[in-house]
Write a protein of this length. Structure first.
Length: 421
């Protein structure tokens, strides 16, 4: 490795003359932790890519470990654990410190360690998060790649053959403080985002009638004397359709000017553009259909969270067969109002899709039979305007968080040397 690769692009002024970072072997920086759980600690931990080492009870609302955890490794605050399994953003597994608890236990499938004196754990938390070990772990991963979802990484080679680039303790502390302060700022903005989401959840519960009721708990003053909301089935007030998919192997059907939406794009919630397009021939020779803008879209199928997910399209497009479209009807309902209502019914839709009639999925008949209550169009628009305003705040907050994350990513790329495999 050349000397220039041992010096970061960005450096705090007081360290500019400190020269190259030292290359050290992992076992010289960290001690392995293999203390067994003889005290029978029941705080079983798992690695979350976003949160670090978290309690299984808090993360999954249940323990997914074996009943007897006395053979697990016992960790103390400040210890690290390496999970060799893949998670999004961590192709070589994830290394996280124990930060939120004084003690906890992990499976012996994890590789556990603690920084030796003179090495800053907060610095290495950021170092690992920057992905600087990916190439090093890749170099020691054994032939065969993964077994049962785990990388074939030898513990002996992990400590003996992995190299780390390490500055002096003072520079370690400076980098850790800088990046940790950004983490705190991101966490504060995440708290604000969660508060906005909770606020919207409360509005949805109060501005719409609850199950078995015909009037909401809260009402805008000008509509307090308007009486009960009127019951309708979706099929009685709107056309409901599903789409289709042109044959994927026929190139003449794809790459045209007609937007074609897949069910995975329901997660966009408000659809202004989609990834794929089809040709006029693809539209003509398949079961997909053009639908107008302002349709309320519902996922009919999907193994994950897609089934029951709602969205609204702001452009004309066509969809695949796993999306139901409730077409707008300006005489009966405000499409934004209906979107918010259907979006709030996610758990209900999931429940319907697993019932006897759903057979593990939703269909157009089930969608048409959904019963909702509607107030006057003016009240619908008032409610939808209120909820849409909160959505705009949530979107703005999400964008702010993403900007901060990108800023941190840029800083990390500059503050750490680039390790070449």
């Amino acid at each position: 490795m050349s000397e220039k690769n041992l010096i970061p692009e960005l450096r705090f002024p007081e360290f500019e003359d400190d020269g190259v970072w030292d290359m050290e072997v992992f076992e010289d920086v960290f001690d392995r932790r293999t203390n067994k759980n003889v005290e029978n600690n029941q705080n079983v931990l798992t690695i979350s890519a976003q949160l670090g080492l978290v309690s299984q009870l808090e993360y999954f609302n249940k323990k997914i470990s074996s009943k007897d955890v006395t053979g697990y490794y016992l960790l103390h605050k400040g210890d690290f654990a390496y999970n060799k399994s893949y998670s999004k953003g961590y192709p070589m597994g994830a290394i996280k410190p124990l930060k939120f608890y004084e003690k906890g236990v992990v499976s012996t499938l994890y590789i556990c360690f603690r920084a030796k004196d003179g090495y800053n754990p907060s610095f290495f938390e950021q170092y690992f998060d920057a992905g600087l070990l990916n190439s090093e772990i890749s170099n020691i991963a054994q032939e065969g790649g993964r077994a049962h979802g785990l990388l074939n990484v030898s513990v002996k080679e992990f400590f003996r053959d992995i190299n780390l680039l390490v500055p002096k303790p003072q520079e370690q502390q400076k980098i850790a403080s800088c990046l940790s302060s950004l983490d705190e700022l991101i966490a504060a903005h995440n708290d604000k985002l969660n508060a906005l989401k909770d606020h919207k959840k409360g509005l949805l519960q109060n501005l719409f009638p609850q199950e078995g009721e015909t009037m909401p708990k809260l009402r805008f003053p000008e509509y307090e004397g308007d009486g009960e909301w009127v019951e309708h089935s979706i099929g009685s007030i709107a056309k409901v359709s599903a789409g289709g998919t042109p044959t994927s192997t026929e190139q003449k059907y794809w790459g045209g000017k007609i937007p074609w939406m897949s069910s995975g794009e329901l997660n966009l919630k408000r659809v202004y553009s989609v990834e794929k397009t089809i040709t006029e021939l693809g539209l003509k020779e398949s079961s997909t259909k053009m639908i107008p803008s302002s349709c309320v879209l519902i996922g009919l199928a999907g193994q994950g969270k897609t089934r029951g997910t709602a969205a609204i399209n702001n452009i004309e497009l066509c969809t695949n067969q796993s999306i139901a479209a409730i077409h707008p009807n300006q005489k009966k309902f405000d499409s934004e109002f209906l979107f918010h209502k259907i979006d709030s019914m996610y758990k209900t839709l999931r429940r319907l899709s697993t019932g006897q009639g759903g057979r593990g999925g939703l269909n157009l008949s089930i969608i048409k039979e959904i019963v909702i209550h509607l107030p006057s169009l003016n009240e619908q628009q008032k409610i939808s305007s209120c909820l849409s305003a909160v959505d705009e705040l949530i979107t703005a907050q999400q964008e702010k968080i993403e900007q901060l994350k990108q800023h941190k990513k840029g800083l990390m790329q500059g503050l750490f040397p680039k390790i070449e495999s």
